[in-house]
Design a protein around this ligand. Structure first.
Ligand SMILES: [Fe+2]
Length: 192
């Protein structure tokens, strides 16, 4: 059943109860949709040695093998998921997906990884490779440098023993299955 209003200012509580039930079902499927989107990165390498799907898996594999915690591994898995939808601003897509579920420092790391990764190529474009040093005093600086230097920029190796998506799926389900926004939970519709 759908809500009966045609504009929000005519809506009633029972409309929102109906919509809320749909929403709760829909958000349960977010892992499937995130995986479907990761799979869209498979195929075209855009000139790189591996496609972005492999790159994401490999970055997560390196993070896990280095002993990173599960949340950080999931951040690594999703960090470039926005490459096809926002090629000029891709980090924001991963940040938006992860924001309700991860530590603010990990969120900052994902949001800024593009600039930090640039240490390894910006000079080839005549840009300042040290631009990330402007953030040297930020509490997430060290983890973002590590993420890029040890796991992200190294993960373009077609011969690396990269773990499969199936390996990471349980971790993805656990992190995206957390109560959003530090346990604040979803508001309930009130019948008044
Ligand atoms: Fe990357």
């Amino acid at each position: 059943m759908n809500a009966t209003f045609t504009r929000f200012d005519h809506s009633q509580a029972d409309d929102w109860q109906e919509i809320d039930a749909h929403f709760r079902d829909y958000r349960e499927g977010v892992v499937e949709r995130v995986i479907a989107h990761l799979l869209r990165l498979e195929g075209d390498t855009h000139g790189y040695p591996v496609d972005r799907y492999t790159h994401c898996l490999q970055t997560a594999t390196r993070a896990e093998r280095a002993g990173a915690d599960e949340e950080t591994v999931v951040c690594a898995l999703l960090h470039d998921i926005g490459d096809d939808l926002a090629p000029d601003n891709h980090a924001e897509i991963a940040a938006a997906i992860l924001e309700p579920f991860v530590d603010p420092l990990n969120l900052w790391m994902i949001r800024h990884h593009e600039l930090f990764q640039g240490y390894h190529y910006r000079h080839f474009y005549g840009l300042d490779r040290h631009a990330r040093d402007d953030y040297r005093d930020h509490p997430a600086y060290a983890r973002t440098v590590r993420f890029c230097d040890e796991w992200d920029q190294t993960s373009f190796d077609p011969d690396y023993d990269t773990l499969t998506l199936a390996h990471f799926r349980p971790a993805l389900e656990r992190v995206l299955g957390r109560p959003p926004f530090d346990g604040a939970g979803l508001p309930e519709v009130r019948d008044e």
